[in-house]
Write a new protein. Sequence first.
Length: 220
Amino acid sequence: MGAAHGHQLHWHGHSPVHRAPAHLKVVALVLFMLAVVATPLGWWLSGYAVALLGVVLVSRVPLGYLARRMVVETPFVVFALLLPFIAHGPDTTFLGLTVSESGLHAGAKLLVTVTLGVVAGLTLAATTTAQELLRGLTRLRVPDLLVQIMGFMIRYLEVVTDELRRMRIARESRGFSARNPTHWPVLARSFGALFIRSFERGERVHLAMLSRGYTGRLPE
């Protein structure tokens, strides 16, 4: 538990954004997102995009590195594209299609907001190590329990992921391949077993920490 832990989103660098205090970057991210959400859809949102692009360029994080990780916003993109067709209200024509005018505006606003938020969040993660982020949250007076939960999540995410990889290898070594919905019950049981193993591992870790003098707060 005392060893250093990183995370897969971090990009090692020495830019001014990397050197900036973590708590200031967290505050800047929150204020930026509040401003983006509060701003109505219009050309002035491009100002936020330009400012965010400037931060990314100063951080020297490759744009391709961020673009590959923006796949996380795929569900929101799909929902934003569906909004013009499922929303109610006056219709309008867009690209030869008849769509809801309110749905079109809501979808565009959602798409812009989510994209800016994802890029800003990825930039924070790429320029801030897990330890710096947790220390920054502590300086911002975030409750200790929440900080510890996030710290444990970061520390043991790779452990659980590795356990899932071993279970997948075990299934494939027995000739299993999830090719159609009839195999989904097997996958469901695998995820259930993974949850039980993770829960039991967490209990063992907690008991080990208590035996070493854990009092509800991790040492600095």
